[in-house]
Design a protein around this ligand. Structure first.
Ligand code: SF4
Ligand code: SF4
Length: 287
């Protein structure tokens, strides 16, 4: 089963939930999809090791063959090519590596080379593998790395995807193909606002989802009421506990510092299994 842990905004405790959930499930794999700023590894002493580079194919133009017809520029949806008078300009940072310009060039003037976007690294513990993607500084597109790091989730094992924060393309890519999405929020007006945005996105994706409230007690009960009114499962509330904050500041997972909490995360996992199983049964009945 693939479980994504997401949130409408950063700083809600999404990584804390991902790490502790992964540590509470036997032999789970934790995939940190926040490729701009992966931080799951900060909870583990073991160093991360490089697995491979991730890149995209970008065009190389043979200006002796090119007659500046402009067909490649017309084709490129990302405005990565411009032909102005007798000049061909290529804006590498805008290229998505689709390969279309090479296919349509009538002069066979385009070949491809690899452009490295970032790297995938591996770490974790002997019970729990951790993979993360790391986007090179200045690269605007993290989605190819998110796809590549997600592909490392072993089939037939539980995988937890720590999604990038927000509701833009990287978060959607991280959540897509999951069996369940946990939305992490805080019980504050800001938390509720961003939760509503995230709920809207997950509903569009069509994946079953539930909510975990982090730092329970710091605000009001509007998130609880929203979940009740919208019939959204409230999976757990992690209290705003000074002991948890101290562990976090030292990079120690909650379930290591306060082992009783493992039951909370096992409970979240068991609830998710039930929800996913019921959903599968409903789908089969409809068919
Ligand atoms: S399509 Fe080919 S020939 Fe035409 S401008 Fe682009 S590279 Fe040059
Ligand atoms: S590979 Fe695709 S995105 Fe890149 S320049 Fe060519 S057409 Fe544009």
């Amino acid at each position: 089963m693939k479980i994504s842990v997401a949130s409408g905004k950063g700083g809600t405790g999404k990584t804390t939930i991902s790490v502790n959930l992964a540590l509470s499930i036997d032999n789970a794999t934790l995939i940190d999809c926040d490729v701009e700023e992966p931080n799951c590894h900060l909870f583990f002493k073991e160093p991360m090791e490089k697995v491979k580079n991730i890149g995209i194919p970008i065009p190389v133009f043979d200006l002796d063959k090119c007659d500046r017809c402009g067909k490649c520029a017309e084709f490129c949806q990302y405005n990565a090519i411009a032909v102005i008078k007798d000049k061909l300009l290529f804006f590498e940072e805008l290229c998505h590596g689709c390969g279309g310009c090479m296919i349509i060039c009538p002069q066979d003037a385009i070949t491809e080379t690899e452009h490295t976007l970032g790297v995938i690294e591996k770490g974790g513990t002997h019970d729990m593998e951790l993979y993360h993607g790391l986007l090179n500084i200045g690269e605007p597109f993290g989605v190819p790395i998110i796809k590549a790091v997600k592909d490392l989730a072993p089939p037939n094992k539980e995988a937890i995807f720590d999604s990038p924060p927000g509701t833009a393309c990287p978060a959607v890519e991280a959540m897509s193909d999951s069996d369940f999405v946990i939305l992490v929020t805080e019980p504050t007006p800001f938390g509720l606002h961003d939760l509503k945005l995230a709920v809207d996105v997950v509903k569009r994706i069509g994946t079953p989802f539930g909510v975990v409230v982090n730092r329970g007690g710091i605000g009001d009960d509007r998130v609880d009421r929203f979940c009740e009114n919208e019939n959204i499962p409230l999976l757990a509330t992690i209290p705003n506990d000074l002991k948890i904050a101290r562990l976090y500041s030292k990079g120690i997972p909650i379930v290591e510092g306060i082992p009783e909490y493992k039951q909370v995360f096992v409970g979240i996992y068991e609830d998710i299994k039930k929800i996913v199983k019921n959903k599968d049964t409903e789908t089969k009945e409809v068919q």
